[in-house]
Design a protein around this ligand. Structure first.
Ligand code: HEM
Length: 385
């Protein structure tokens, strides 16, 4: 009998570079049971996309498979259509109906200012000096709330990112739950004490009119803010490292028409989201394997994004790859609600790197954060030439 390939998402080897193991899994174990995570793991593009698309068969809302979801967790992320639809529409439409051009301009100016401020330094940590403040500024801007103080907020966000891996490491639960309390207090302060124009004000007014339950709106505000900062921060690091390791790609991005498709390709190549879970509603079969009703299916979307059955030369960065229907922003009714702002923020960073008066270089060994669900760096030393 063939020996099963060991998949330990938190092993140093996987944190450093998961893609060789993803390739082995795609080839030898398109679907397998992971005892620790109590999940079926699927690795092929076609299967991942189908699980994410087919919400009738693969639920996100645990209540559809008989589990409880406490009120404080009920949000756009945990509800399924049809209940989720008006809530999701409210957030998507209000966020997008803003002056997105102006949001993009402010993001670009902020990146330029930060890079200029760091020009004189011998070296600096891209994650701390660029990824964190840029991600927080654009998130607060698009949500229309006062920007929280950076350092404490980053601490809370990190603990929440670690908390996502509770199925792999139970030690992250207590600090994650403490961070959740602090974060909820911040969100409550926006609802209880602040009153100013901006997207959140409009979302709340519209929710009142449309009678969307208040706790859905409050929880979705929290989820959106946290998802925005967390993924932007991780993407800012992954994309910068990819470009520093592939200066020829950075050079090609001087052709501004490649930035928009290039952002998608960089996210396909090494995006932050490694996988996400759904629950089988009835007994079903994937790749000849029977999945029982109620079982968890983890779609390893980062493995799917390098699937040669979907992407020609999947391990190459092809800035104008077309089509590029990657799963880096998810797929189906729970696909990224803030994709447009992800594109805006990452474009601002890429343009900042391209337009910098002196080229940026690596100034030491980057350090990966020990998180599996969201792939991120914790330290990226860089210097201007
Ligand atoms: C480059 C940056 C980003 C990436 C790569 C990214 C990626 C993703 C992915 C893969 C999902 C689907 C997760 C799943 O199916 O379980 C998702 C969902 C989500 N994202 Fe993003 N995201 C980014 C930026 C943002 C921003 C800026 C916002 C804020 C506006 C945001 C808000 C959300 C929300 C609220 C969800 C949950 C949607 C739902 O369940 O219906 N994301 N994101």
């Amino acid at each position: 009998m063939a020996i099963a390939i060991q998949y330990d998402p938190l092993s140093p080897q996987m944190l450093a570079d998961p893609y060789p193991l993803y390739a082995q899994l795609r080839e030898k174990q398109p679907i397998f049971w992971h005892e620790k995570m109590q999940s079926w793991v699927v690795t092929h593009y076609r299967d991942c996309r189908e699980v994410l698309r087919n919400n009738e068969l693969f639920a996100r809302d645990r209540r559809r498979v008989g589990q409880a979801v406490p009120e404080f967790q009920q949000s756009v992320q945990t509800l399924d259509p049809p209940t989720q639809k008006p809530l999701r529409g409210l957030f998507v439409n209000t966020l997008r109906n803003q002056d997105t051009e102006a949001i993009g301009q402010r993001a670009r100016q902020h990146v330029t200012r930060i890079l200029e401020r760091n020009q004189g330094k011998a070296s600096f940590d891209w994650m701390r000096e660029v990824a964190a403040p840029v991600s927080l500024r654009i998130t607060a801007d698009l949500m229309g709330v006062v920007e929280p103080e950076l350092a404490p907020y980053v601490g809370v966000s990190e603990a929440l990112a670690y908390r996502m891996d509770a199925g792999l490491d139970a030690s992250v639960i207590t600090p994650g739950d403490a961070a959740r309390k602090k974060f909820n207090a911040l969100v409550d302060s926006w609802f209880d004490t602040q009153d100013y124009p901006g997207a959140l004000r409009k979302i709340r007014d519209e929710a009142d009119r449309a009678k969307v339950p208040e706790h859905y709106v409050r929880n979705t505000t929290a989820v959106t803010f946290n998802a925005s900062f967390g993924t932007l921060y991780a993407t800012a690091g992954n994309v910068a490292l990819t470009l520093l390791q592939h200066p020829e790609v950075l050079g090609k991005l001087q052709d501004g028409s490649l930035v928009a498709p290039g952002v998608h390709e960089l996210i396909r190549f090494d995006g932050p989201a490694q996988g996400t879970s759904r629950f089988a509603m009835t007994q079903t079969v994937i790749q000849g394997q029977v999945i029982e009703a109620g079982q968890t299916v983890l779609t390893l979307t980062a493995a799917a994004n390098r699937d040669p059955a979907q992407f020609e030369t999947p391990d190459a960065i092809v800035l104008d790859r077309r089509p590029n229907q990657h799963l880096g922003f998810g797929w189906g009714p729970h696909a990224c609600l803030g994709q447009l702002f992800g594109e805006i923020a990452v474009s601002a960073l890429v343009r900042g790197l391209v337009d910098a008066s002196r080229p940026l270089r690596l100034a030491g060994e980057p350090v990966r954060r020990r998180t599996a669900t969201v792939r991120s760096l914790s330290y990226l030393p860089v210097t201007f030439e």
